[in-house]
Design a protein around this ligand. Structure first.
Ligand code: ZN
Ligand code: ZN
Length: 331
């Protein structure tokens, strides 16, 4: 099959590789669309030692099942493979399974390819009215869904009255903003410094967008989701959280810095680290997408897999207004 293979920092090759060989419990998926994630970019730039070259990146996949009981069904893929038997898995926190694997990280290849092998339990069947491009958004949106669910639980006030702020207007931030609304928090603002993307989010997604400067003077928030995760965004989050407020942190931009621990202590601000989603969060997100509770899901641009390197380069240069680029295998 053809695949886009990460071959070293800032290089990827579109080339022939061996087809996946599914085990007995795996299904073979013919890939339709795979989203480019911030973590793929991180790996592409050579900044992720967990993803050494050569490797097929990509974990936001929708496609059609080619083998097994679900043969012929269109599916969206939960890329997180867990053991199902440990304490974390049994208590519904399977995203914290010590044996967790995610596709696009060894030993599992990713979805920038024509085919992918995946355990059947990780597949969610997609109804006819949802396109493959929309279905591929389940993974990034589920990250926001999970972060919002945990934040709501920590918020000791009525979520319906809460004012929320999301930092970052990529798919993670937008997914969090849409999840806030779907989970009953209607007052949602989002910070996005890139003017082109901010314009897109306002006009095409109906999101109230602030520049970082506007956010500084816009008062405090009950609930803040940091979808970026750099020291500067964490500093913004701790500054803008109200006393007793909650920060839900998704972004993996940088490991350290930014938190004002003194203010967090004196004002009892809760900080929650969040990682991906549980299998139940993923299914709930998919249901909300299918029911139309997460909007039109039309904020993507599709490009051919063979042109994937250029898509990474354009994203790197901030030259993309839409929050998500999807790659589709060439026909
Ligand atoms: Zn992702
Ligand atoms: Zn486990």
């Amino acid at each position: 099959m053809k695949a886009l293979v990460y071959t070293g920092p800032e290089t990827q090759a579109y080339r022939d590789v061996a087809d996946p060989a599914p085990s007995a419990s795996d299904a073979l998926i013919k890939v339709a669309h795979t989203g480019i994630c911030g973590s793929d970019m991180h790996a592409f730039l050579g900044h992720d030692e967990r993803r050494p070259a050569p490797l097929i990146l990509g974990h936001e996949v929708a496609g059609t099942v080619m083998s097994g009981p679900l043969q012929g069904k269109r599916v969206t893929v939960n890329p997180l493979v867990t053991c199902g038997t440990c304490e974390a898995c049994r208590s519904g926190r399977d995203n914290l399974c010590p044996d967790r694997q995610i596709i696009s990280m060894p030993p599992r290849e990713g979805g920038f390819a024509e085919y992918l092998s995946m355990p059947e339990g990780n597949l969610v069947v997609v109804p006819d009215h949802i396109s493959d491009a929309q279905a591929a958004l389940a993974e990034p949106v589920a990250c926001g869904w999970h972060a919002v669910r945990l934040a709501k639980r920590a918020l000791m006030s009525d979520p319906a009255e809460a004012k929320a702020l999301v930092i970052g207007g990529g798919a993670i931030g937008l997914g969090a903003a849409l999840s806030l609304k779907a989970q009953g928090i209607s007052q949602v603002r989002l910070i996005e410094p890139n003017a082109e993307r901010a314009g897109f989010l306002k006009s095409s997604c109906g999101i109230e967008v602030l520049t970082p400067e506007q956010a500084e003077t816009g008062g405090h928030y009950d609930l803040i989701v940091d979808g970026v995760g750099y020291a500067a965004t964490r500093a913004t989050a701790t500054k803008l959280a109200r006393p007793g407020g909650v920060i839900s942190h998704i972004g993996l931009g940088s490991a350290e810095g930014g938190l004002d621990i003194r203010r967090m202590t004196l004002q009892e601000i809760t900080f929650i680290g969040t990682y991906t989603y549980t299998a139940e969060d993923f299914r709930e997100t998919a249901r909300a997408m299918f029911d139309g509770r997460l909007g039109a899901l039309d904020w993507t641009e599709t490009r051919p897999l063979s042109d994937g390197l250029k898509a990474f380069t354009d994203l790197r240069q901030g030259a993309v207004a839409v929050p998500k680029i999807l790659l589709t295998p060439d026909t």
